[in-house]
Write a protein that binds this ligand. Structure first.
Ligand code: 13P
Ligand code: SF4
Length: 304
């Protein structure tokens, strides 16, 4: 077995050889975040996939993210170090069921969360991420919006718009299992801490929080905040960036169960194997790619 430093050195030299960049979501393993060229939220990663001047993107997240990179940058080779890293929420909506819902609401426009497969994006009018969902919905020229697949994010958007939101019944199993009781217990243990929650959490959890942010939104807020302690209601992987960027501040996960096993599938060995063998290449059929690109481009035109 190779030691960690040897693996890191090999990754660095292969990256140069292949003109590759490593993009990692903030829920990725700590050691993967540490070797990444860019760590961010779903919106930031989509933008980086376009902006990076590289031939190869090694995507350390889950498959819908790598797929979005392949949709936006077809001239680059997008690699997923572990092809089995999938988001369970993205699997909760499919095209035939979405078409049925569209038939039931012919005047509605469809906003799909970026946590969806490319064919669902192609079937939607526009994508959104947790960082821009409200702004995307408000940018549309329709009074009714079908919002797929996250019912919790849909409820959050409904609170912040005058439009009628028709939610899908999907959810993130990781965020949905965070309960109001978890927040109350954490707040009792850390009475001076500010509570930051991700909008994939249940409404009750959001109501009990001080602020609601995407993952990058949390990182930005904490950097500028005069508060020194925070309770974090999202997947635990973000604790690493928070601690690296703010060594003087304290962070408490709201629940020890807020852990996404799909996001942890990619480890350093998998990144190295991927760069050595140029696997697993992510491709999207061209007709679906063009439809999904339209939805993603439209989102990227809306300010964050
Ligand atoms: P953001 O990083 O966009 O907030 O997304 C959270 C998430 O659950 C990604 O899978
Ligand atoms: Fe999907 Fe939730 Fe995991 Fe994000 S944290 S990849 S939304 S299951």
């Amino acid at each position: 077995m190779q030691d960690r430093q040897t693996i890191i050195n090999k990754i660095k030299s292969l990256k140069k050889e292949r003109n590759a960049v490593i993009l990692a979501h903030c829920y990725a393993r700590n050691e993967v975040q540490d070797i990444a060229d860019f760590v961010g939220d779903s919106l930031g990663l989509s933008q980086e996939a376009v902006d990076q001047d590289a031939d190869v993107i090694v995507f350390c997240g889950v498959s819908f993210m790598a797929e979005s990179a392949a949709v936006l940058s077809p001239e680059k080779t997008v690699l997923m170090p572990d092809a089995d890293a999938n988001c369970p929420m993205a699997a909760m909506v499919d095209v035939p069921s979405l078409r049925e819902m569209k038939k039931e609401h012919p005047d509605a426009m469809v906003v799909c969360y970026v946590n969806t497969r490319a064919d669902v994006k192609a079937e939607s009018d526009i994508c959104c991420t947790s960082a821009n969902a409200v702004e995307v919905v408000n940018s549309l020229d329709a009074d009714e919006i079908i919002f797929v697949p996250d019912k919790n994010l849909a409820a959050y958007v409904a609170e912040h718009t005058d439009k009628k939101i028709i939610p899908w019944n999907g959810y993130c199993p990781v965020h949905n299992q965070i309960l109001e009781e978890d927040v109350i217990l954490a707040a009792n243990d850390h009475p001076d801490a500010e509570i930051l929650a991700h909008p994939e959490c249940r409404s009750k959890v959001l109501e009990d929080s001080d602020h609601v942010f995407s993952t990058t939104g949390m990182l930005n807020y904490v950097k500028d905040s005069s508060c020194n302690e925070f309770i974090i209601s999202t997947e635990q992987g973000i604790m690493h960036q928070l601690e690296v960027e703010n060594p003087e501040k304290k962070f408490y996960p709201v629940s020890k169960f807020a852990f996404c096993s799909d996001m942890k599938m990619i480890n350093l060995e998998a990144v190295l194997r991927s760069l050595e063998s140029m696997e697993h290449v992510v491709t999207v059929p061209e007709d679906i790619r063009l439809g999904a690109k339209r939805s993603l481009d439209r989102m990227l035109e809306v300010r964050r």
